[in-house]
Write a protein that binds this ligand. Sequence first.
Ligand SMILES: Nc1nc2c(ncn2[C@@H]2O[C@H](COP(=O)(O)OP(=O)(O)OP(=O)(O)O)[C@@H](O)[C@H]2O)c(=O)[nH]1
Length: 234
Amino acid sequence: MMAAAAVELESSLELSFSGGGGGGAGLGSLPPARSRIFKIIVIGDSNVGKTCLTYRFCAGRFPQRTEATIGVDFRERAVTIDGERIKIQLWDTAGQERFRKSMVQHYYRNVHAVVFVYDMTNVASFHNLPSWIEECKQHLLTNEIPRILVGNKCDLRNAIQVPTDLAQKFADTYSMPLFETSAKNPNDNDQVEAIFMTLAHKLKSHKPLMLSQPPDNSEIQLTHGPKPALPCWC
Ligand SMILES: Nc1nc2c(ncn2[C@@H]2O[C@H](COP(=O)(O)OP(=O)(O)OP(=O)(O)O)[C@@H](O)[C@H]2O)c(=O)[nH]1
């Protein structure tokens, strides 16, 4: 785990440079390819499986063992969508209050999308979702930012406490798509893939993306241009 050190990797710069021959801009060399970075934060109660979901997407498997996240973990995977190389950065945040306090400001900066996770076998984690949504709101993440609701641990069929219709109602209230999945069951790999790729496609379609620099802040921030008409994907 990269834990607190991940703050160093904060994605205030939204474009990275990759490839391009590594030798500078000499004759015949191509400028480095730019790849966009999409920062997605994954939040929810402790133990709902945030680490396992991000690990499943980035490493392609269920981790052998996990420990409570301290602060924030950071994972990244490069994907190609319609010929464009994109880095999906997943910020796996601590669910436990005592491990969150000092980090909150950092991971809410320049967020492009949010994944809210609850544990389908733990109704309290579902009931706590409004407080996570509220926390996002307090950090100025508006409803314009793509959000997805994920019920995890669907492999534990006999222990399910949150029925799908209840979760669906909640998702509808907040205009979020709902995914029920399992980070553990390899058969649900496609579903986990779909969660993050859906977001990446959605973010990619939010063109044009513009870089702007606020006068009193040295960090480059990404803002969206005029919002294109998008089909409802709820
Ligand atoms: N059966 C089952 N267990 C899971 C699944 N996902 C995670 N777990 C287990 O749930 C526990 C918590 O998983 P984590 O991914 O560490 O949970 P977290 O939400 O990151 O927890 P914090 O770091 O404390 O916020 C671990 O024992 C995992 O093995 C799943 O899909 N199915």
